[in-house]
Design a binder for this molecule. Sequence first.
Ligand code: ATP
Ligand code: MG
Length: 399
Amino acid sequence: LNKVFIDALPVLDKLNTAGFEAYFVGGSVRDALLGKEVNDVDIATSAFPLEVKHLFKKTIDVGIEHGTVMILSGNNSYEITTFRTESTYQDFRRPDSVTFVRSLKEDLKRRDFTINALAMDREGIIHDYFKGKEDLKSRLIKAVGIPDERFNEDALRMLRATRFASQLDFEIEENTVNAIKKHARLLEHIAMERIQIEFVKMLLGRSKNKGLIYFIETDLYVYCPGLDRQGLEGLINIEEDFENELQIWVSYLLLSSLKFNQHRGFLRSWKLSNKMIQDIEIVYNTIQERLHKQINVKTVYKVGINLSLETEKVLDLLGYPSNLGLVESTYNSLPIYSKKELAVSGSDLLKLTDHNAGKWLGDLLEQIEQAVLDKEIENDYSQILEWITDKQLIPEQKE
Ligand code: ATP
Ligand code: MG
């Protein structure tokens, strides 16, 4: 048994001692059986949420209406979810209400894929009602039960299948993949935030091409906003792995046939945060500059180190010349990192004249900033004052 499971044993024991069943479930069991690193465990129990709350001193209601209670044990926190069924599906989305049950098998039956429907007890014994271990061995993603029904219940599962194909480097079982082809359109009913999470996880997976090919061939992409085949096939040609979401979106914009004035709307329709959209646009624009211009002080200063490095990484992903080292050294040799670091401030300048603050002041600070960045002068109070006096850059006294 892996350490994360051992650490959590007291939690299972407490539930067991009180007469309830309790198991490790879901991704942690799957990943442990695959010999992969497991970082957190999910626990399922026959105890109802209030019964769980009675047993543990420190609990947090994270989703009690869905049966999930978070408990604190030692230095760790665990999510304990009551066995449940999800019978009342409307609109092909996840259910609006759940029914708590006392049977493990009922709980596992509502899970998406056989490899995600495994439970492990405190002795390390695997409870496998849907041949999940067999599918793990054959490296297959297979719906629990009848695929058509399962995708009708929750259409997001189709996208999750492509996500797991990519993350695990698994094939999707034939009946399951055929059902996805048939029902791809149901994705239209799913909230964009949920789609976006799975899409990004797919592209960050170690076999992104496997996931992408399913995503394209099942037509799932058709029901995601603004995606075109050209852009997605461009992503397939990228050999290295994406490190983060930003790199995915910038690469996609560069490869797709979307016009520049459509970018903002496209990113908005994927419900990306304003900050993410802003960063994507900065990196996109910096790449356009880099396609005909070397790395330079001004751009690295303006864009900052992180997005400058991302720019080089995306250039590299797309097969253009790039130079991470030069970005680093250019950044490290900058005399200042922001206007605030100038040795002279706006109020210093105002003391030299009886004019009020105005546009001239901002312009002057910008000139100073530029001269310092160009290393025409050092970022030093008296040098700056000497320079502006020489150049007569301060407005004359009124009388
Ligand atoms: P990850 O390592 O990415 O967290 P995971 O398998 O733990 O993978 P989660 O999204 O965290 O995936 O879900 C936990 C478990 O809940 C799954 O293993 C699966 O049993 C069940 N599950 C999650 N989403 C669905 C869904 N849409 N339909 C049915 N079961 C689901
Ligand atoms: Mg998980």
